[in-house]
Design a protein around this ligand. Structure first.
Ligand code: SF4
Length: 230
């Protein structure tokens, strides 16, 4: 497993749990607004952590942390992901998977083998605009398949979308809501241009105001158990 980073504690990335975050290297998408550039482009300067170092850390945190968030890049590109999740769960931690939804087969396997406890999937855009948001051509049927697997998984989950003017209109939020609903949780996230981005020309893009996003959320939130601007 190619681990490109470790956040030792987070109180906000796993609902109601104290967790760590492990960042895996590599991604098959090129979202221009991505702020995990080093992981996505597999920066040779990236400081890699070995599996053994990571598991030594986890063992030391038994009893202190509840959960581990597996994030990327895109974790499901790693064939060893099921074994990796199993090793984490065998140490007594819950596992949350953050995914772009591009590998429904892997998501299905992880759910079936009970190797994850929570899934957060990015829904990047309305299906017909997907390639604009992700910067590559991709079979959107795989995204649709992942959405259905997650909704029927029986485990806790969320969908989330980062809204970026130049890629999305405010109407697109309604379209995404229509395409994924009914669903449990849908979080709208505002784009931030104050970090190093995969495409730094997006630093000139001015985010929508929170008020504009909240106005749309008011119109769609009845389709979800939980829906707000995060
Ligand atoms: S934001 Fe896009 S490019 Fe960045 S890690 Fe996620 S899916 Fe990959």
């Amino acid at each position: 497993m190619r681990i490109g980073g470790l956040q030792k504690t987070t109180l906000i990335d796993y609902p109601s749990e104290i967790a760590c975050i492990v960042f895996l290297i590599g991604c098959n998408f090129r979202c221009p607004f991505c702020f995990s550039k080093e992981l996505v482009l597999e920066d040779t300067e990236l400081f890699e952590i070995s599996d053994e170092e990571f598991f030594t850390f986890l063992k030391k945190r038994q009893g202190q942390l509840d959960a581990c968030v597996i994030c990327g890049g895109e974790p499901t590109l790693n064939k060893e992901l099921p074994d990796f999740c199993k090793r984490i769960k065998d140490l007594g931690f819950k596992v949350k998977l953050d995914t772009n939804g591009s590998n429904p087969e892997m998501i299905k396997q992880l759910v079936k083998e009970k190797l994850i406890d929570y899934i957060a999937m990015d829904v990047k855009a309305p299906f017909e605009k997907y390639s604009i948001a992700i910067g590559v051509n991709f079979d959107v049927n795989k995204i649709k398949e992942s959405i259905e697997i997650i909704k029927n998984s029986g485990i806790d989950y969320e969908f989330r979308t980062t809204i970026v003017p130049q890629i999305h209109t405010l109407e697109d939020i309604k379209e995404i809501a229509k395409q994924i609903s009914p669903a449990k949780k849908f979080f709208v996230q505002n784009f931030r241009n104050d970090k190093d981005l995969l495409d730094n020309s997006f630093k000139d893009v001015v985010p929508f105001s929170d008020a504009e996003l909240n106005e749309v959320i008011e119109e769609i939130k009845q389709n979800f158990e939980v829906c707000y601007l995060r």
